[in-house]
Design a protein around this ligand. Structure first.
Ligand SMILES: *[C@@H]1O[C@H](CO)[C@@H](O)[C@H](O)[C@H]1NC(C)=O
Ligand SMILES: *[C@@H]1O[C@H](CO)[C@@H](O)[C@H](O)[C@H]1NC(C)=O
Ligand SMILES: *[C@@H]1O[C@H](CO)[C@@H](O)[C@H](O)[C@H]1NC(C)=O
Length: 617
């Protein structure tokens, strides 16, 4: 813990010790959310090395991706053979050369790993010619038992990074995406016409959700593709303001481009999806949906075929899919596929489920909405909704059930998906995607009911972090009333005069959390709201120095949100008052301890009446 640093570092320097550090950096873990540029960093690092610009003390750089390693997870190789299999140009390299050189292994995409890395029981392999399974080779390499002189760089999404014990890692770096200035720089470089790029930038700034998403480079690419096209060709259309708008236009733009490319100037009606487009998109949607439920982003031929996608089909490569779906790599005659970005998978999955709803595909709906949840009343509710033809649930009931399902997810893997579902329920988006979604019984009354459901949604056992997504769904369904009310609330002189509903609290928590200014004190007793409302404010703890959470009925689930605030980087919290919370229980205390033990935690004062425990801080 004495070597804590939170400082910017250039990608090419990740193995270099900081000026005041003596330590040898051998294993680096690089984390970052989907699409933020981890793989790109790997490629840039390799390129700079290969061109002789950086890291010239390294003799050999060996990039390997987990998605490729997955393909041989059940086979036996020695480290030397592994290199030769994945990099045939290394055929001539001998064991002696390997041991005598400075080698860097890059393992990209730990989150995609289907290997089971067991650092406790793994047998010891120390000879580069000794055969073993891939996971054993990897654990030994990471622990420095095999080829101890080799450097190791692992990239991962944050949630999967804990597969490597922290004790094995010398440095953790994080790719955080574009800053606000870099977002603008991207658009200026991507769109050569200066006036056009200025218009794109000013449009992005008018939409909070788009502006935030632009920290992810892939999203900037999607945005630039759509807006560049819309501003140069059909100048009449209204520019997309929500994420659902943006992704719907993205599908259309890709279709249109393909037609221009293949019809060679013949007059077509590019805004319309053809029957063939629709068919392929729905198959892709099914694939996206089924794999999203399972948490898979890497797809294999079998997965495609199960959804009726013919991998030899020309449409898969030349058609609308070519820009949204890619053939990732071919190795051992096995092809790996994926969507260009997880959010594109989430969007198509939502399109598919929406289509199932409008086309009354009750089996898919029942399977999805009823799974992982047992109370009889719910199953009864579901079969009542989806059982009889004349008793089919209205759109708002469908959205509500999907929302509830997403809130039960521990890791939030359905958050964006359910936001898209809400966006797709709007008539404007249905018109845009013409026919892909099918006919709905949509009306302003139904949309209003869906909005009211979101505002009223109360669930005691969901994480306050998850509840913020309810507020994002309101944005997607074009309701800005809560956001406006909170802005007025923040301006008001006497804040306790206004009674805040639960959804107000989620919105407020989100806005405080995203604010550039760190709040000096968050005192829950000063907010005029219900107990659940107070709990929903907890995510704001992440962006304040003192938090007074007196007698607010903290439970285990709110402790996990608190713990994540303590673990966050940077962590601003110095003072935490938890007095009067009698229901913390052991499980809640354990969560808190995990937060207190985090190297990021900067807490100086912890007040609590009911806690008697020890943890190693
Ligand atoms: C491995 O060992 C560590 C401590 O020695 C322990 O905390 C951890 O739970 C073990 N992991 C597994 C998968 O057995
Ligand atoms: C704010 O309003 C509440 C309720 O009307 C009142 O009890 C309280 O004294 C007011 N606080 C201030 C600082 O004016
Ligand atoms: C809470 O808000 C309600 C409604 O605005 C108000 O009547 C009440 O006085 C407020 N309570 C406090 C303690 O300020």
């Amino acid at each position: 813990m004495e070597t804590l640093h939170d400082s910017p570092i250039k990608c090419s320097d990740i193995f270099k010790a900081l000026p005041d550090q003596q330590k040898h950096i051998r294993v680096v873990m690089m984390i970052g959310v989907a699409g933020v540029g981890k793989t790109f960093s790997v490629q840039k690092f390799c390129l700079d090395w290969a061109e002789g610009l950086e890291n010239q003390d390294v003799d050999l750089v060996i990039p390997l991706s987990f998605r490729e390693l997955n393909l041989i997870k059940d086979e036996q190789y020695s480290l030397l053979e592994l290199l030769r299999v994945f990099h045939p140009t290394l055929q001539e390299v001998t064991a002696e050369q390997l041991a005598g050189s400075k080698v860097l292994f890059i393992f990209d995409g730990l989150d995609e790993s289907r290997l089971s890395l067991d650092f406790n029981k793994s047998k010891v392999v120390s000879d580069v010619t000794q055969k073993s399974s891939v996971n054993v080779l990897l654990t030994n390499l990471i622990q420095g038992k095999l080829l101890p002189s080799a450097l190791v760089w692992i990239t991962s999404r944050p949630a999967a990074a804990n597969q490597i014990p922290p004790a094995c890692v010398d440095r953790v770096t994080e790719v955080r995406g574009f800053t606000d200035d870099q977002k603008e720089e991207y658009f200026r470089k991507r769109v050569s016409d200066e006036e056009l790029s200025s218009r794109i930038i000013s449009h992005i700034k008018t939409s909070r959700s788009l502006h935030i998403m632009c920290l992810i480079p892939v999203f900037c690419w999607i945005t630039a593709t759509v807006l560049d096209h819309m501003l140069t060709t059909d100048k009449r259309g209204e520019l997309p303001k929500t994420l659902t708008d943006m992704y719907s236009h993205f599908l259309l733009v890709q279709t249109k481009r393909k037609k221009l490319k293949y019809a060679e100037g013949h007059e077509t009606s590019p805004q319309e999806l053809t029957e063939a487009d629709r068919e392929v998109l729905l198959k892709l949607g099914r694939l996206a949906f089924e794999q999203l439920e399972k948490g898979n982003i890497m797809l294999y031929q079998e997965d495609l075929e199960r959804c009726g996608l013919d991998v030899t089909e020309a449409s898969l490569y030349s058609g609308v899919c070519s820009e949204i779906f890619k053939k990732e790599s071919v190795i051992f005659q096995k092809t790996v596929y994926c969507f260009v970005h997880l959010s594109v998978q989430e969007f198509l999955a939502a399109v598919y489920l929406f289509h199932c709803y409008t086309n009354r595909n009750t089996q898919v709906l029942k399977d999805f909405l009823g799974k992982d949840f047992n109370p009889k009343s719910f199953l009864k509710k579901i079969s009542m909704y989806f059982g009889k033809k004349d008793n089919y649930p209205s759109l708002d009931v469908f959205l509500k059930t999907a929302m509830e399902k997403s809130l039960r997810s521990k890791n939030g893997h359905l958050d964006l998906f359910v936001r898209f579902l809400h966006g797709l329920s709007l008539e404007s988006n249905q018109r845009l995607l013409g026919g892909l979604l099918g006919q709905t019984d949509n009306s302003p009354e139904i949309t209003q009911r869906a909005i009211n459901n979101l505002k009223k949604m109360k669930k005691t056992k969901i994480s306050p972090d998850r509840s913020i997504n309810i507020f994002h769904c309101l944005t997607e369904i074009n309701d800005h009333s809560v956001h406006q009310e909170i802005q007025e609330f923040l301006k008001s002189k006497n804040r306790s005069e206004k009674r805040l509903s639960e959804i107000h609290c989620s919105a407020l928590a989100y806005m405080l959390q995203m604010s550039e200014e760190v709040l000096d004190e968050l005192d829950l007793s000063q907010y005029n709201t219900s107990d659940e409302g107070k709990l929903r404010l907890i995510p704001a703890v992440r962006n304040c120095r003192k938090a007074r959470l007196w007698s607010c009925g903290l439970s285990e689930i709110s402790c996990s949100s608190l713990a994540s605030a303590l673990k966050s980087n940077p962590s601003h919290l110095r003072e935490l008052d938890l007095g009067g919370n009698e229901n913390l229980k052991d499980s809640g205390v354990k969560q808190l301890c995990a937060g207190l033990e985090s190297p990021n935690c900067r807490l100086e004062t912890l007040r609590s009446v009911h806690l008697f425990y020890s943890c190693t801080v």
